[in-house]
Design a protein around this ligand. Structure first.
Ligand code: GUN
Ligand code: FE
Length: 430
């Protein structure tokens, strides 16, 4: 018997789809080789011999996915929050990101980031590094050590960036190739990463020339890499993209013209706060994943994304912390922030788009974002078992609560520090 074969007993909570949250009280999640065989009220005969981890009385839920986070920005989270996007990038973000050319600093800072992520409820993440290749590889090593399943991107920037954080166009593409061939070599030598993979990461259209996008598209075809970037986050940014790319029909088209909008391989676009009709239709056609980052959108005064609309359209949506636009690394926070912001949007902007429910926001933080990684973020049969055992004992209360009420209260009032055990990438993390 392998240690990836086990049964978790507890109150098992998971999404089946965006509307259905299944709660199985006093039940058994059967995990064989890290894959769910389903959740049962009685252990099926065939699995009677599996070792049982008994968390009776505890809530057990899928691990969370952070679909958009900047690892090098973790060091200044909670600082410099009184700016909008473009000023914030220039005054806060770029100076800090330039430090990751120093490998010693990168190791120190990325270790803190990875260890904190390890202790959190997040089991999967799509992560931006910086333009620096050695720093990006250090981040990958630290995430692998921390047991986080991740896509990590070396960032590309060849225009409108300070001279201390900019690349020549060809050099940017070559550095990306060097990084990818390093990874291939490591893999061929048998010491590749098991849970951490590369993702193409043009920062956003204002920092990437057409020529760089063309070169990245070539790399994408060769290596079959997914892509992550930013889209329609802020009005100033959107107006700037119009000026920079007059031939693009809309912001997203500036990626799509190069096949970097989900056509060749899956794409995550962070924010999509102000996407217009044509952009939304293209996102839908291309199967783009929206990384909704409610806390960042508030901190940087970007606006409120129409997530209900995206769900109605059948567009893929997950949640992102967008640290350090978001100050908290917690996807539990992103879940409740998404609900709260959707209420403000409904009340203040558009009463045709109903607020998100707890069930829907729970789905976004688990299965919605998790699906970018395959069958992840649920306990339905066939899903990879990333699981959190929760502990609300800190929360005193005099009344009887249902399991559904306990889960809702955990989302609002507890958080990552109340995760008692975590299983991820088929292993026990703590
Ligand atoms: N757009 C381009 N770069 C960034 C970044 O680092 N954070 C956010 N929120 N938006 C961006
Ligand atoms: Fe971002």
């Amino acid at each position: 018997m392998r240690n990836k074969d086990f049964i978790l007993k507890g109150h098992i909570c998971y999404s089946e789809n965006s509307e259905t949250l299944t709660i199985m009280e006093d039940s058994y999640l059967v995990c064989v080789d890290g894959i769910s065989k389903g959740v049962f009220r009685e252990i099926p005969e065939a699995y009677r011999n599996l070792p049982m981890k008994d968390y009776s009385g505890h809530l057990v839920m899928p691990g969370l996915t952070d679909l958009h986070v900047h690892a090098p920005q973790y060091a200044f989270r909670g600082l410099g929050m009184d700016w909008e996007l473009l000023e914030w990038l220039n005054t806060q973000t770029f100076p800090e990101e330039s430090k990751y050319g120093d490998e010693e600093y990168a190791r120190k800072a990325y270790r803190i980031f990875a260890e904190d992520l390890k202790r959190s409820g997040t089991t999967r993440a799509a992560v931006f590094a910086t333009i620096h290749v050695p720093g990006t590889e250090i981040l990958m090593e630290e995430l692998e050590l921390a047991g986080v399943t991740a896509y990590v991107g070396k960032v590309n920037m060849d225009r409108n960036s300070p001279e201390y954080l900019i690349e020549e166009t060809k050099a940017s593409a070559e550095a990306t190739r060097r990084w990818l061939s390093d990874l291939k070599e490591k893999e061929a030598a048998g010491n590749g990463f098991r849970h951490v993979k590369p993702i193409l990461t043009p920062r956003f259209i204002p920092s990437c020339t057409d020529e760089l996008m063309r070169l990245l598209a070539e790399i994408q075809k060769e290596y079959h890499l997914p892509v992550q970037s930013h889209l329609s986050e802020n009005f100033g940014e959107i107006a700037w993209v119009k000026e920079l790319c007059p031939e693009a029909e809309f912001y997203g088209d500036a990626y799509d013209r190069f096949g970097l909008f989900g056509e060749e391989a899956p794409a995550i676009m962070a924010h999509c706060v102000h996407s217009g009709e044509r952009e939304i239709q293209r996102m839908k056609e291309r199967g783009v994943y929206v990384a909704h980052c409610p806390q960042s959108n508030t901190n940087l005064s970007s606006g409120i994304a129409p997530i209900r609309r995206y769900l109605n359209e059948g567009i893929h949506v997950g949640l992102g912390s967008d640290v350090a636009g978001g100050h908290s690394l917690s996807i539990f926070r992103a879940i409740t922030d998404a609900i709260q912001e959707s209420k403000l949007r409904w009340r203040l902007c558009d009463d045709s788009l109903k607020p998100l429910t707890v069930e829907e926001a729970f789905y976004l933080g688990t299965m919605g974002g998790g699906s970018f990684f395959g069958r992840a973020g649920s306990f339905l049969e066939g899903y990879e078992v990333d699981a959190l055992v929760l502990d609300e004992s800190r929360m005193r209360h005099p009344q009887e609560l249902t399991v559904r009420e306990r889960l809702e209260r955990f989302l609002y009032l507890c958080g990552d520090q109340d995760v008692l055990h975590k299983f991820a990438a088929r292993e026990s993390i703590f």
